[in-house]
Design a protein around this ligand. Structure first.
Ligand code: UGA
Length: 433
């Protein structure tokens, strides 16, 4: 089946490659010519395990096509995906500029029945707004089309696996014709998972509810962790034992610095804002947001308990990406921690992350007290204390004697990855969540 996809970023690229992997013929389009030229030479702008292999294999099978032309995007197939970015606006709502621009192009270009499948995370009723824009832009008002909702549930670093092994596929469409096309798209997955055609326009809210639930679960365990640390209880043990109840399960129970990247923060905010539009106040989800913000203050307070004045002090941070195995720093908690340390007049902030040093350097080029280390040990040289923010494997299995390099011997482990007894026995001050 021929399929085309607009926007070559995480969701678009993974969808493009994985649909080709299950034997569809797929074209990806981006208006950024450089990106498409790079793709033609196998330069993939993101790293996702398995993605490069799939792209190479399917290019050889002639299943993958590229273009920068919006006309080609529409002409190529009857089934057209849009995976544009929907960032958060300053007022907390989702920015739908790109969604709207796609709808305009789709309306201007179609001359026979086609479906536009929205893969982006969008607020409820975006379906209706998109359809209205398409209608306004049709060359011939008799041309028929349909807007379909099909949210993605891809985790960064696991996106290829998640796409090819989905827990569920959620689709909302109106006509039988659109339903038949969507069944064809996902036929290769029929034996693996449940394909859910929602009977109301709830596909859009399912994505928001899923992300907000996960964010809430995480904030819940972070609250229990904050409370447990007051009495010296071990949150890892608590999480393990409550997770044995299958109704709770042990996933998303690793307490830490809170969630980052734009998906959880932007989707939680967008759900709160959507609630307001309907006159509903989400109390739990608002609290989720607050707890997540508080996590960043608590980590600094833990440091201040041991070093009350940070002026003249050098502080090291290990781990800058919002989670391990990615260089993504969008909305990463580390960025707020760096800003807070800056406000406290720390004389030098020494940073190390296996992949995202350069992104952070670029982001904070105006700050002159940041230094970036080539490796984790260099980042400790001459420093007073260490804060750990991302649980990369290379931090997990270290010889604790490296902490001898810290002048004040203070370690704040905000991902709970080290053995507190062993570290304390070596005479270090160890703070954990
Ligand atoms: C998340 C969802 O898991 C995906 O299902 C969804 O499709 C995606 O957002 C999206 O909306 O596009 P992702 O943000 O890549 O995926 O990462 P997760 O692995 O879910 O982690 C989110 C955050 O929670 C990270 O900051 C991570 O460090 C934190 N986390 C997660 C914890 O602190 N503890 C945990 O136990 C789990």
């Amino acid at each position: 089946m021929k399929i085309s996809i607009f926007w070559t970023w995480y969701v678009g690229l993974v969808t493009w490659a994985c649909l080709a992997e299950v034997w569809h013929e797929v074209m990806c389009i981006d208006i950024d010519e450089r990106k498409i030229e790079n793709l033609k030479q196998w330069i993939i702008p993101i790293y996702e395990p398995g993605l490069e292999e799939i792209v190479l294999r399917n290019y050889k099978n002639w299943n993958l096509h590229f273009s920068t032309s919006k006309t080609e995007w529409i002409k190529f197939a009857k089934v057209i995906f849009s995976a544009v970015w929907t960032p958060e606006l300053p007022n907390g709502k989702a920015d739908l500029r790109f969604v709207e621009s796609v709808a305009e192009t789709f309306g201007q270009e179609i001359d026979e029945f086609k479906i536009l499948i929205n893969k982006s995370t969008v607020p409820v009723w975006t379906w209706d707004k998109t359809a209205e824009i398409i209608k306004k832009n049709l060359k011939d008002s008799k041309t028929t089309f349909e807007v379909v909702s099909n949210p993605e549930f891809l985790r960064e670093w696991n996106a290829v696996w998640d796409f090819l092994n989905p827990d569920r596929i959620v689709i909302w469409c109106e006509s039988d014709e659109a339903k038949k096309l969507m069944e064809q798209v996902y036929k290769p997955f029929e034996s693996k998972t449940r394909i859910l055609f929602t009977d109301i326009k709830s596909a859009e809210i399912i994505k928001y509810a899923a992300n907000s639930f996960l964010a809430t679960k995480l904030s819940f365990i972070n609250e229990i962790a904050n409370f447990a640390s007051l009495a010296g209880w071990d949150i890892k043990e608590i999480a393990e034992w409550i997770g044995l109840d299958p109704r709770i399960n042990n996933k998303f129970l690793n307490a830490g610095i809170g969630y980052g990247w734009s998906c959880f923060p932007k989707d939680v905010s967008a759900l709160i804002e959507t609630g307001k539009e309907f006159g509903y106040e989400f109390k739990i989800i608002k609290a989720t947001n607050e707890v997540n913000e508080k996590q960043k203050i608590i980590v600094i307070n833990k440091l201040l308990e041991e070093i009350p004045r940070l002026v003249w002090k050098k502080i090291t941070i290990w781990g800058l990406a919002f989670k391990p195995n990615t260089d993504d720093i969008r909305d990463a908690p580390s960025l707020d921690i760096i800003r807070k340390l800056e406000d406290l007049w720390v004389s030098e902030i020494k940073l190390y992350d296996p992949l995202s040093n350069e992104h952070v350097k670029e982001k904070f080029k105006y700050m002159n007290n940041l230094t970036f280390a080539k490796n984790k040990i260099e980042a400790l040289e001459g420093s007073d204390a260490l804060i750990l923010l991302t649980e990369w494997d290379e931090f997990k299995n270290i010889d604790y004697t490296v902490f001898e390099k810290l002048n004040d011997k203070v370690i704040v482990d905000w991902r709970n990855i080290w053995n507190k007894k062993e570290i304390q026995n070596l005479g270090f001050t160890y703070k954990w969540i």
